[in-house]
Design a protein around this ligand. Structure first.
Ligand code: ATR
Length: 279
């Protein structure tokens, strides 16, 4: 194969062995008949600044960036798009023709697309949104919802100051709400999102009473291990439509693949099953 047509990309993180990204991107490389490979790039904390300048020389189209490098990458790259800057983290780097790196963040796209995959007529402005958690993942989710037209986003976090700081930074429509108010805040919500670590494999379930939540409200959890968190099970049992976190993982990979390889790939049932089988 000719050198210039072989596409190389990867995921830079530490630890990185558990990442599902190689499975996803290598599936697409094969499906679209593209010569190339997506590899694990185990880069230790503190080594990012040394590793990044090597990408172009090694012939990489770019890479994903994951824990613990997502925030550090933003500081090291000069050319970061407006969305990633607002999120405060970079999850995708693209090698430019001149060898420099461009930084983006596709998590918000992935989240919105996962809702649309589940409910094609979903709209961000359908009613109030309740977001639990105010960490890194919440930033991408809240900004994406706001950019898609959500009129009211109640941001509820165990540490209220973090929710307040985010609300002040992002402005209207984001409003900080105390953790103790989380049960009552569900009243009239059209969408509920969990971005906390509660409910993840190895953690206790999210302590949330769904009684006040309208049965038509969409309930989403960005956790994908397990595929169905206790929150989603409880929501489904009372009749709410639900969306798990796997869709966000699969969909955040699509714009990255497009930026490197020139094809916006599809999330097929086959790909979903392939990844589910590893969870
Ligand atoms: P991520 O990048 O996945 O968002 P993070 O930035 O560490 O990870 O954020 C974790 C989120 O889970 C935070 O909102 C955190 O709340 P605090 O800001 O109060 O720490 C939330 N979280 C973690 N453990 C929690 C618990 N036991 N109860 C409620 N929220 C919790």
């Amino acid at each position: 194969m000719h050198e210039t047509t072989f596409g190389l990309a990867g995921v830079m993180g530490w630890p990185v062995a558990h990442s599902r990204s190689p499975l996803i991107h290598n599936y697409w490389l094969q499906k679209y008949g593209l010569g190339g490979s997506y590899v694990q790039l185990a880069v230790q904390p503190g080594q990012l600044a040394t590793a990044l300048p090597g990408l172009a020389a090694l012939g990489f189209k770019g890479c994903n960036v994951t824990i613990p490098h997502k925030v550090e990458a933003l500081k090291l790259i000069r050319d970061v798009d407006a969305n990633a800057r607002r999120v405060g983290a970079v999850n995708t780097l693209v090698v430019q023709p001149d060898g420099s790196l461009k930084g983006m963040n596709t998590d918000g796209f992935g989240y919105i697309q996962s809702l649309l995959d589940a409910q094609p007529d979903w709209r961000a402005d359908a009613g109030p949104v309740v977001v639990l958690g105010a960490g890194g993942a919440a930033r991408a989710v809240v900004l994406a919802l706001s950019d898609h037209g959500a009129k009211e986003i109640f941001l509820i976090n165990r540490t209220l100051d973090k929710a307040r700081a985010m609300a002040a930074e992002f402005g209207s429509p984001v409003k900080a709400v105390a953790w103790e108010q989380r049960h009552a805040a569900l009243q009239s919500a059209a969408l509920l999102v969990n971005t906390t670590s509660q409910g993840m494999h190895g953690n206790p379930p999210l302590d949330l009473d769904l009684s006040a939540l309208p049965v038509a409200a969409l309930v989403s959890d960005i956790i994908y291990v397990p595929l169905e968190t206790p929150l989603l099970l409880a929501a489904r049992a009372r009749g709410n439509p639900t969306v798990g976190g796997l869709g966000m993982l699969l969909n955040q990979a699509r714009p990255a693949f497009e930026a490197w390889f020139g094809v916006l790939p599809e999330v097929t049932p086959e790909l979903r099953q392939l990844v589910e089988a590893t969870l």
